[in-house]
Design a protein around this ligand. Sequence first.
Ligand code: FPP
Length: 237
Amino acid sequence: MPTIPQHIAIVMDGNGRWAKQRFLPRVAGHKQGVDALRRCANACQARGVRVLTVFAFSSENWNRPSEEVSGLMELFVSALLREAPSLLAQGVRLCVVGDRAGLSPKVLAALVNAEALTAHNTSLVFNVCFNYGGRWDIAQAAARLAARGEPITELALDRALSLAHVPDPDLLIRTGGEMRISNFLLWQAAYAELYFSSKLWPDFDEAELDAAIADYSQRERRFGKTTEQLRMLPTGT
Ligand code: FPP
């Protein structure tokens, strides 16, 4: 039996290339990405994962062509409206994580409603990072502590970050073949196991998820300790 990570985080990369390969507009790739995300969330829940965190729109994605940005906003609103009832029925709690300043009233209303609807669910916490950046998160946490006159300690920062409601990710998956963090979960991924898949996000299926979990199961998580310490043997033997 594989060890199931409690918290999986995903950089869903490759939607644009998926669309380009089919001579489709980039937004068509993002639409397919929403389907892949629904499949993945269901599969995570079925395997007993407790938290799924995905990178849906980064602080830097505003710099994309305007039709792609507006397409992603529309897609986000329609996905929230369409999926909220089934998230509720499946026991999934949706949390939208990121900078809400700069989001349109329509986007804000859709995310606030979906969050409120699912707020009491406990089976899977589903964090959608939207207008999110790891640097933004650390800066906003530090600014909040400073405004309250609190000392900036590791623990205080940890509690002021936007993912304070969940434990740190155990497994961080990036699809699309690139091996970068791209300003995702900079603080929280300190001890995450990294897994890079060459599959484009729309093609990421249950078998790919199982391959990532199987790979994770083989890892020795030392958190700065030695193998001997983990096995409770004296060091140097
Ligand atoms: C990266 O692929 C993906 C994104 C910037 C958006 C991810 C969004 C989804 C999977 C859909 C879910 C979205 C919402 C709004 C709920 P890319 O476009 O950088 O792909 P490329 O590297 O092939 O160009």
